[in-house]
Design a protein around this ligand. Structure first.
Ligand code: KG4
Ligand code: ZN
Length: 332
């Protein structure tokens, strides 16, 4: 069965075509980075307007790369939240129109569920149950994934998301947008122990996260410095990255130990970070836990992960009708 997936929850316009066994036949992402970097962050209205302009050719490109036509598509899956509501509305309205015109099934998908399960796209050895860490620009959450659509939220951020902290710190250091990749690059030249920064453990047992104190500490170090050299920026970037990674790694493996789960999976845009990947992999190995991740193209926003989840919902008969309405704060 061939189906189309659409994702427009934030600033990337994405479409994918999946075939039998969730084989990804195409996955197109039209990034809006160039537009939003002018403002140092995402401007919601501009994001919605750009989705309006892009959605048609992104879908056409996905169909053409998969060498199928709309007549081959048996269902359309679309992100219904959480995210920027103006952005979500573009994808949902487009998907509804396709479903109506082609008389095919419509399936709404939770964006965070897409991220959480994205490592399944490329890891046939990853089976339930597993501990999943979703770290992106909007989310930092730790889940026990027991089965398809059966998740327990073990911990989440009480303030900023990890990716948001990367973006805000990059802006403070005047490194550009999005912050994750530029901080990672700058940190390669720095000493991660050079500047003492706090780790918010929130108590020995807590699986929640907090990154706003760390962000403030970076701002304080920067203010104290006066003259800021390139070396200082590199040290600050490396020390910040170290603090974020320490907390993400420790809490993920604490969850695996507490729930006696032998597999951990890392997902979301921040999981593109090479240093996080390396540290999580080493820590998992030393604890005898399997470690799984998706390639970077499936870590950041993409429609393949939406198709993966949508196909299971479809198989379970969880089909939406035309009253489908996106929700900016949809929980998982
Ligand atoms: O999953 P995603 O594309 O969108 C959301 O759902 O938020 O994640 C985007 C986030 C941004 O905050 C970006 O700075 C972060 O992922 N990111 C990274 C890296 N690449 C992207 N963070 C740290 N290191 C990276 N290499
Ligand atoms: Zn995302």
């Amino acid at each position: 069965m061939t189906f189309l997936a659409i994702e427009t929850s934030c600033d990337d316009t994405c479409a994918a075509v999946l075939g039998n066994e969730n084989q990804v036949l195409s996955s197109i992402v039209s990034s809006q980075v160039k537009l939003h970097e002018l403002y140092g962050g995402i401007v919601p209205e501009l994001a919605s307007r750009r989705h309006c302009e892009n959605i048609r050719w992104v879908v056409e490109q996905a169909l053409s790369e998969a060498r199928v036509t709309l007549a081959d598509i048996k269902a359309v899956c679309v992100t219904k939240g959480p995210g920027l509501v103006g952005s979500l509305l573009v994808g949902v309205a487009y998907a509804k129109s396709l479903a109506f015109a082609r008389k095919i099934d419509l399936v709404g998908v939770n964006h965070v569920e897409g991220h959480l399960l994205s490592p399944l796209l490329t890891n046939p050895d990853l089976t339930f149950p597993f501990i999943g860490l979703v770290v992106s620009g909007g989310h930092s959450s730790l889940y026990l994934a027991r089965d398809w659509h059966d998740y327990e939220l073990l911990g989440r951020t009480i303030d900023d998301a990890a990716g948001e902290a990367f973006d805000k710190v990059a802006r403070m250091l005047e490194l550009g947008f999005p912050g994750g990749p530029v901080i990672e690059k700058q940190a390669r030249n720095g000493d991660p122990d050079a500047i003492k920064l706090p780790r918010a453990w929130l108590g020995r047992e807590s699986l929640d996260f907090s990154f706003s104190g760390l962000k403030t500490a970076v701002r304080t170090s920067l203010g104290r410095q006066g003259e800021v050299s390139e070396d200082f920026i590199s040290d600050l970037a490396a020390s910040f990255q170290e603090a974020v990674v320490d907390v993400l790694v420790r809490k993920t493996l604490l969850a695996a130990e507490r729930y006696q789960i032998k597999k951990v999976a890392l997902a979301g845009g921040v999981s593109c970070n090479g240093y996080l990947r390396q540290r999580m992999s080493e820590a998992a190995q030393s604890q005898g836990v399997g470690f799984f991740l998706a390639p970077p193209k499936f870590c950041t926003d993409n429609a393949a992960m939406i198709g993966l989840v949508g196909s299971r919902r479809l198989a379970a008969g969880q089909i939406d009708d035309f009253s489908l309405n996106p929700s900016s704060r949809l929980p998982l």
